[in-house]
Design a protein around this ligand. Structure first.
Ligand code: BGC
Length: 556
């Protein structure tokens, strides 16, 4: 078993997760006090799987806190948490503002004309974005059609979630959350307020690419250790399993993995029901009893979590390590639907839009950088839209562009560094940090370049590096906006809330504004929308799906 120490590349994910857990903490001093008094934050000291813990007695119903206040809490917490985990943290959080002065300035005077020219490939004009929307719409239609689904790149899996929460859900639930380099177990209490107690466990790299049984044994081990620590052994709590990979659902508790994404590649899981695999792993241990009530994707959790108190919420979006969206669709449009026709004539569709473009329909906007990244990835030819948008790839796209500029002697006098030559060395969080520098100030940028072994840099170099980051993140935000616009236009209601989560959306200083700006251009006149940061969809959303499922079952 590896140690639970969080280092280097895991830091972004860990910080994101920690912050995700803390989004509903009380105001700053208390939040910090809780963390300070919780020495188990850094590394697990108890026997069992490696883990990190935050006792987040989260009152997610603190609607009195304005978004700005929440962001302020997050800023303080991230800086604090980071000082526990890795030391330095230069990144700042997204400011929740829609003012245009916060938008990136793509016309900085220092940027070299030749650099601008070379980055042109990354800039999507209105026409290209419109074509992206049209293709996406077509792929969604194909995905929903019974006969056309097999060739569709966007699979549009019905989730069997047909009702949104009504805000009155109550009870105690367990939730499992697997979707990235960490795995979480949560104990959630829903009532007038929502309280959560959770523990984060690392998923060591060998487990991410090892045999499937190893992964599920690890999950079962973490769950067993959580249950023992909390003395929950005597209760048979309903459990929601957030499994954030493309799955063909065959019911609320049956989901066959279609393919691995985001760096996972465990043998023997594709094509199998992940709930069954989890049950088998638990049975192999024989020391815990569980009652799985729902398996869901993180997008569904995000939608449910926001819809709990916001009745206009119809879309769940993730822009984090991976990207995906789900939305509420009318049953009559879902030819694929094989569930009953009783009850609400709607179902949440997990689009799995990350695979958009896998049939070549995005080739007209893909660049040589995208082609290189795909070729060197663990899943070539797959998840092509995701590879242009999400946090797992954005940093690497920027690195590829920087290397190209160096090779053309347009950056750092043509000299690279050993670190920058290494694949993956330019983390996606660097993009957020560099773009958080105030106009004309390059302090984050210089510090990052120094970390990468590039210390003799000019202001022009920094402006050029920042320009590259802006092109990469702006393209990602516009592509995600194109996807959201297609869904908003399909739903076509007067006022729609989009629940959003994921580290890229949360931490990039302009991602929200860029998306809002582009969606406004692409949607039908008359539709009002807002993008709302959704609090802990993978945890609270799982509990809500389980709660809504048991309510519907008891009414039938
Ligand atoms: C997965 C989705 C998931 C998304 C965000 C993608 O790689 O295929 O199922 O929702 O990442 O976590």
């Amino acid at each position: 078993m590896t140690s639970g120490k969080v280092t280097g590349r895991e830091e972004t994910a860990v910080c994101a997760r920690l912050v995700e857990q803390l989004t509903c903490l009380p105001p700053p001093p208390l939040a910090v006090a809780r963390l300070a008094s919780n020495p188990s934050l850094s590394v697990d000291k108890t026997p069992g799987p490696p883990s990190m813990e935050i006792v987040a007695a989260a009152d997610s119903d603190e609607r009195g806190l304005s978004l700005l206040k929440v962001v302020d809490v997050l800023q303080r917490v991230v800086v604090f948490v980071h000082s526990f985990t890795v030391g330095k943290f230069r990144g700042k959080l997204r400011k929740a503002t829609t003012s245009s002065e916060e938008m990136p300035d793509m016309s900085e005077e220092h940027v070299t004309a030749k650099v601008k020219e070379l980055c042109q490939d990354l800039i999507l004009n209105d026409e290209a974005l419109k074509d992206v929307c049209d293709n996406l719409e077509e792929e969604i239609n194909k995905g929903l059609g019974k006969d056309s689904n097999p060739e569709a790149s966007i699979k549009c899996f019905p989730t069997y979630v047909r009702e949104l929460p009504n805000g009155k859900e109550k009870g105690r639930f367990l939730a499992l959350d697997l979707g990235g380099t960490n795995f979480r177990v949560l104990l959630i209490e829903l009532g007038d307020k929502c309280t959560m107690d959770s523990r984060i466990y690392a998923v060591p790299q060998p487990i991410m690419v090892g045999p499937g049984d190893g992964l599920f044994d690890h999950i079962a081990e973490c769950l067993a250790s959580f249950i023992k620590e909390r003395n929950l052994g005597d209760e048979l709590l309903p459990l929601g399993f957030t499994f954030s990979f493309p799955c063909k659902q065959e019911g609320l508790t049956k989901a066959r993995l279609a393919r691995w994404t985001k760096g996972f590649k465990c043998e023997g899981v594709e094509g199998r029901d992940v709930v069954e695999l989890l049950k088998l792993a638990i049975a192999r241990r024989g020391d815990v009893r569980i009652k799985i009530c729902a398996v869901l994707n993180d997008t569904t959790g995000t939608l449910m979590s926001c819809a709990w108190k916001n009745y206009n919420c119809r879309i769940g979006l993730i822009v984090g390590t991976g990207t995906n969206a789900c939305y509420m669709e009318k049953l009559e449009k879902v030819e694929l639907w094989d569930g009953g026709n009783d009850g609400p004539h709607q179902v949440v569709i997990n689009t799995e839009w990350g695979a958009f473009g896998d049939n070549g329909c995005l080739d007209f906007v893909r660049t040589q950088y995208d082609i290189n990244i795909d070729r060197e990835s663990i899943n070539p030819g797959k998840q092509l839209y995701e590879k242009m948008i999400s946090g797992m790839y954005m940093g690497e796209i920027a690195r590829q562009v920087l290397l190209r500029l160096i090779s053309e002697r347009l950056l750092f006098g043509g000299c690279s560094s050993d670190i920058l030559q290494e694949k993956g060395s330019f983390f996606t969080k660097y993009i957020s940090e560099i773009e958080s520098d105030k106009d004309g100030d390059f302090s984050n940028c210089r510090a990052i370049l120094e970390e990468l072994g590039l210390d003799d840099v000019t202001d022009t170099d920094c402006a050029n590096v920042r320009h590259v980051c802006e092109c990469v993140s702006r393209r990602a935000a516009y592509l995600a906006a194109a996807g959201v616009s297609v869904l908003l236009n399909r739903i076509n209601e007067e006022s729609i809330t989009v629940a959003v989560d994921g580290s890229v959306y949360r931490f990039h200083p302009h991602f929200h504004n860029l998306m809002v700006e582009q969606i406004s251009h692409l949607i039908k006149p008359g539709i009002k929308f807002d993008l709302m940061l959704s609090e802990d969809g993978s945890g609270r959303g799982a509990a809500l799906v389980a709660a809504v499922a048991s309510r519907s079952a008891s009414m039938r």
